[in-house]
Design a binder for this molecule. Structure first.
Ligand code: PLP
Ligand code: SF4
Length: 460
């Protein structure tokens, strides 16, 4: 067993973006048309990767099918054909960055139903009525917190559209102001016991900056906060963050302080494929996080071409359990981004989940899914059944606008083509699902408005 990662291997983080495509050695070996294709797609879709992903996770003998290549490199087929051809023509005619940018923007706005404003729409209010940006509060117990300094990632997933919010980076004082708003909000919400740091990826922040956000939550006056979660893909895309970065040890000390304060600390790690756990340093990252008393819980969406494969999920969950991580959620990818490219029928997502679940011991069956984060709540596809001769989806809320809805089974007509919650219709000839009338009525009154606020998918 290789446990210890020698210090001399330490290499600083090196990002590759669209401008660096010709500097990626493995890509330079490919025909120019292929590189132009990636470049053209990368004007429209998020592209950022790093030397670790390129050199240690991607199997270059298997591109373009390689799952990690699909996960991090924009592909021509992710765009509509005419959109791709328009971008490719501009790239090949060496159009000005301004022209390319304008064409890309035009396509982006059509690709993404919520290009901007999703976060703005979901802003909770402080008791004095003032708006609180950077926080979403959908389920009573848990608030999502988006530190402004954590709005980027060590690499971008091609299936993610959060890059719309990957914007400017500010200074430490800003962190202090943001956290002050969060603290006031938490104190106005007695049921709130769990704060989830999300992004982007909060682990792109230096340990001192992350500490400036986290430590104020540890004060004894805030004993209502019992749980702190950090959603991150760093253990997959940049495990060095926990092992070799200059402030990796400071990070572990911060985690230890959270645990010592009596809180549960959960690192919600996004792993899409077992390849991301195949390197010694990826294992070491989990070992180091766990050594602080933090729990590593894992989640990812199921998407075509990356992980639409029961064997991959079974291997992923087995490996996580072996390393002491706890499989938590399998998500269905929400309807943003290059959806035609990645989406798969709900029946298929459920079949993959079930087949993988059958291959792991009970310790791996802590995972729940496939789950859709939809307007009324997190909806689990529990199975396909036949009831009085009608084929139905058995559904259940894992989280809901109204906590009374949680756990109650409900049924949708079987539809082999449905890929998202909105495609589903009630079974047994009913006109609407049991919660719909109430969901409409929740729309009244200011506090209810807040509960209705839709949230970004917690990829992290
Ligand atoms: C998933 C989610 C949470 C956390 O839900 P848990 O079931 O506690 O993991 C919180 N807020 C939003 C908006 C979510 O989508
Ligand atoms: S899924 Fe997470 S890690 Fe991937 S690009 Fe989106 S926010 Fe970043």
């Amino acid at each position: 067993m290789q446990h210890h990662v020698p210090q001399q291997e330490a290499a600083p983080y090196r990002a590759f973006t669209r401008r660096d495509i010709d500097r990626i050695a493995a890509l330079a070996a490919l025909p120019k048309e292929v590189r132009d294709g990636i470049r053209a797609s990368a004007w429209v879709l998020p592209f950022r990767t790093n030397a670790y992903v390129v050199e240690q996770l991607i199997d270059w003998s298997r591109i373009p099918e390689d799952p990690i290549f699909q996960l991090t490199f924009p592909q021509p087929e992710m765009l509509a054909r005419h959109d791709f051809e328009r971008m490719l023509a501009l790239v090949q005619s060496e159009a000005s960055p301004r022209e390319l940018q304008a064409a890309a923007r035009d396509i982006q706005l059509r690709l993404n139903p919520h290009p901007a404003g999703q976060r703005e729409l979901n802003v909770p209010r402080l008791p004095d009525g003032s708006a609180l940006s950077g926080v979403q509060h959908k389920y009573a117990q848990t608030a999502l917190f988006f530190p402004s300094r954590g709005q980027t990632c060590h690499a971008y997933c091609t299936y993610c559209f959060r890059w719309a919010q990957f914007v400017g980076i500010d200074d430490l004082k800003f962190a202090a102001r943001e956290i002050e708003g969060l603290l006031r909000y938490v104190q106005s919400q007695p049921e709130l016991c769990n704060v989830l740091f999300t992004g982007g990826d909060p682990m792109v922040m230096r340990s001192a900056v992350l500490g400036a956000y986290v430590e104020p939550l540890l004060s004894p006056e805030l004993s209502q906060v019992r749980e702190i979660r950090i959603g991150t893909k760093a253990p997959a895309y940049w495990p060095q963050r926990f092992v070799q970065d200059p402030d990796a040890d400071d990070l572990l000390r911060l985690f230890e302080r959270v645990v010592a304060s009596g809180r549960h600390l959960a690192v919600m790690a996004h792993y899409s494929h077992p390849r991301e756990l195949s390197t010694p340093i990826a294992e070491e990252a989990i070992r180091r996080i766990r050594s602080t008393g933090a729990v590593v819980r894992t989640q990812a969406p199921v998407v075509r071409r990356v992980n639409d494969d029961a064997a991959a999920w079974a291997e992923l969950w087995r490996k996580q359990v072996q390393l002491g991580a706890v499989p938590y959620y399998m998500f269905v990818e929400r309807d943003t981004g290059p959806r035609q490219y990645f989406e798969l029928p709900l029946v298929r997502a459920h079949a993959i989940f079930n087949e993988a679940l059958g291959q792991v011991s009970g310790l791996g069956r802590t995972v729940r899914g496939p789950s859709m984060s939809a307007t009324p709540g997190k909806v689990l596809i529990d199975g396909v059944a036949r009831v009085h001769g009608e084929r139905v989806f058995v559904l259940k809320f894992l989280q809901a606008r109204d906590p009374d809805w949680v756990g109650r089974p409900f049924f949708a007509r079987y539809d082999p083509d449905a890929t998202w919650f909105d495609d589903l219709r009630p079974a047994f000839g009913e006109r609407e699902f049991f919660f719909e009338a109430q969901l409409r009525s929740l729309g009244h009154g200011p506090r209810r408005q807040l509960l209705l606020a839709d949230a970004a998918p917690p990829a992290e």
